[in-house]
Design a protein around this ligand. Structure first.
Ligand SMILES: [Zn+2]
Length: 444
């Protein structure tokens, strides 16, 4: 079947505008309206989609294109919710879906309604072409990713695992380019750090503020927080970080390549990190090579003249693949010393898969075909996505939402920010690349 990509792009833009105009700000979410919209589009093309409500208004939609079943399915999974927008700071209505100067504007234009549309168009093109495949292709657009995914991917994994069981999943965070050493590098997520949010409590002797003593819980806690702020937890080399730094090193070559490789050297890494030109890069690379801890919430005392008997800090801990709550707390205790109680608030394990698969090779090959000269490199995220829920179901996940963004347009700084928008060309690129990846990888 000859595909008219110009017409497909117009169609993709219309769907993206429609989805942006459905306000799915989470909280509260209200993803059901968007799920219903997609179900209607899919039904009109011969699919049999199901809309599952995990709670009132929290909609998830799943549909399946049938292959021969010779090979395991591939899952195209996205989230329908968006983060709050603060409309007063935008140049165009965040829920207007306007096309201005070749860009579609709106909350979710990048994260991730554009990717919902790329995955939707893949489903529509498969159905229209009656393309023979060896694998089923599953489409799942879910609720609640921005608040942890309990009502979305987590709900599907816990209550409808048969609907989404697959050999691999493709989702957000990957496939967008960064410029490095004159090369355009497409980073594709293969790993993400885990979460260890904990409460750290110091206890002391209560007393009157007029007669200070040495056993003040506030002072003990403050000293521990200060130590955590200026001490790095130990260096750890993980497969995911090694694949990432070595991949970037190969792509840029020369002195820059050497510097990137030296970051993996436990002795030289701290020095190299300090010498990097951009603090943002230093912080990101540091987080890829260490468990990290950010003190974020402090609580103690209720009256100026009363020394409280306890003080509490909440710590946002993030752990590398290979670590867990116990190994993280051991590292924190080594910094703050004895005398503190720790209590988990939320814990999610890290996720790591490998890039050495035929699917990753197909992603790289198709991207390079559409952007000759670009490199494709596996990436680890310091934050988290729905990949952690899929890992529980045994489905390895790649971040792959291909977009060729123009130089100067930085994906990571635009998502969750003001004036989120996507060039129509980048959407068109993504629709075609994703379709070709699925058709090639699943074809027979
Ligand atoms: Zn997202």
């Amino acid at each position: 079947m000859e595909i008219d990509w110009k017409a497909i792009t117009d169609e993709a833009v219309r769907h993206l505008q429609a989805l942006i105009r459905i306000d799915t700000t989470n909280p509260p979410g209200n993803e059901k309206a968007a799920a219903d919209y997609l179900a209607e589009v899919l039904s009109a093309e011969g699919y049999d989609p199901v809309v599952l409500e995990s709670a009132p208004g929290r909609g998830n939609v799943v549909a399946r294109y049938r292959g021969s079943g010779e090979a395991p399915p591939i899952l195209l999974i996205s989230h329908l919710d968006v983060v709050p927008a603060e409309p007063e700071h935008w140049e165009h209505d965040p829920f207007g879906g306007d096309v201005v100067d070749g860009m579609v504007w709106g909350r979710g234009a990048l994260d991730m309604k554009s990717i919902v549309v790329m995955q939707l168009m893949t489903m529509l093109l498969l159905a229209r072409g009656r393309v023979p495949l060896a694998r089923d292709v599953i489409f799942a657009a879910t609720a609640d990713e921005e608040m942890g995914g309990r009502y979305g991917a987590g709900f599907l994994v816990d209550h409808h695992p048969d609907l989404i069981r697959a050999g691999h999943a493709l989702t957000e965070f990957g496939g967008f380019p960064v410029e490095m050493g004159g090369r355009r590098i497409y980073l594709c997520q293969v790993a993400e750090k885990g979460i260890c949010w904990v409460r750290m409590r110091a206890r002391g002797k209560p007393g009157h503020g007029s007669t200070p003593h040495r056993d003040n819980a506030v002072v003990k806690l403050a000293a521990a927080v200060a130590k955590l702020g200026r001490t790095d937890l130990p260096f750890h080399r993980t497969d995911a970080a090694a694949e990432m730094f070595e991949g970037m090193a190969r792509a840029v070559g020369g002195v820059q390549g050497l510097v990137l490789r030296l970051l993996l050297n436990p002795t030289l890494s701290p020095l190299i990190l300090r010498l990097l030109p951009e603090p943002r890069l230093t912080n990101y690379f540091h987080a890829l090579l260490h468990n990290t801890v950010s003190p974020t919430v402090l609580r103690a005392g209720s009256k100026t003249n009363v020394i409280p008997s306890e003080a509490v800090a909440e710590l946002d801990g993030r752990i590398l693949p290979g670590h867990d709550l116990d190994s993280f707390l051991a590292e924190v205790r080594a910094v703050v010393g004895d005398g503190f109680e720790f209590e988990p608030i939320e814990v999610a394990p890290p996720v790591q898969t490998t890039s050495r698969t035929p699917l990753f090779a197909t992603m790289a090959e198709v991207l390079r075909r559409h952007d000759p000269g670009a490199a494709v490199v596996p990436m680890m995220m310091t934050g988290g996505t729905d990949a952690k829920h899929l890992a529980r179901a045994g489905v390895p996940c790649y971040g792959f939402s291909p977009m060729r963004l123009p130089p100067g347009m930085d994906f990571m700084s635009m998502i969750h920010g003001h004036n989120e928008r996507i060039p129509v060309d980048a959407l068109a690129f993504g629709v075609q690349v994703l379709y070709e990846v699925v058709e090639t990888y699943c074809g027979r």
